[in-house]
Design a binder for this molecule. Structure first.
Ligand code: ZN
Length: 189
């Protein structure tokens, strides 16, 4: 997908504009890879807190943007305990890549981001499917849907990334993705 002038302008910044045009002038990539995009933006509806995070550009011009990561870490906090933990940027990149692959604006519905050890232990008491060392505790996993795309589309796009674990929960209507080992499962609840 070629980067349109309009989408470049939306990211702001003359440096980004110049760099992006220079890159896209060389060759339009067949598949949008992370190195080929001028900026990486995500937005969230956080189901459990009822909050939303507007479109946030967390990476631009070759760098992660600390203030944006802070906002995202807060949105993806443990909503039960209020604890905030740094979310592994690779998880954000994975979501961004999946959202782009499905030709969306990368607006996700978030069901679970960071989970504190205490919250994870509490969840395990009522749900045997919760892993004792869940990657949610490391800030390396999210439970999501992608409004405008089916859960199955999200599942298949995530699997195609081969970037970590993918857990498909069709009954509960969410997808778990993480940046741990490449593996996949179908879950319930
Ligand atoms: Zn999960």
């Amino acid at each position: 997908m070629a980067i349109s002038r309009r989408s470049i302008l939306r990211t702001g910044g003359a440096a980004i504009l110049t760099a992006s045009i220079a890159r896209s002038a060389v060759a339009a990539p067949a598949v949008v890879g992370l190195r080929d995009t001028g900026a990486r933006t995500l937005s969230f509806n956080c189901y459990n807190s009822g909050e939303s995070l507007k479109a946030t550009t967390y990476w631009a011009d070759g760098k992660y943007i600390p203030d944006a990561l802070t906002d995202i870490n807060y949105a993806l906090r443990d909503y039960r305990s209020g604890e905030v933990y740094p979310i592994e940027p690779k998880v954000l990149d994975l979501m961004h890549q999946i959202g782009k692959k499905l030709d969306t604006s990368c607006h996700f519905e978030l069901y679970s981001g960071y989970r504190s050890p205490k919250t994870n232990a509490m969840l395990r008491q009522s749900d045997s499917g919760v892993a004792p060392h869940s990657l949610h505790m490391e800030g390396e996993a999210v439970d999501i849907t992608l409004p405008g795309r089916s859960l199955k589309q999200l599942y298949q796009a995530s699997l195609a990334m081969r970037a970590g674990g993918v857990g498909y929960y069709p009954d509960a209507d969410f997808l778990h993705v993480d940046v741990g080992r490449v593996r996949q499962w179908v879950g319930w609840g």
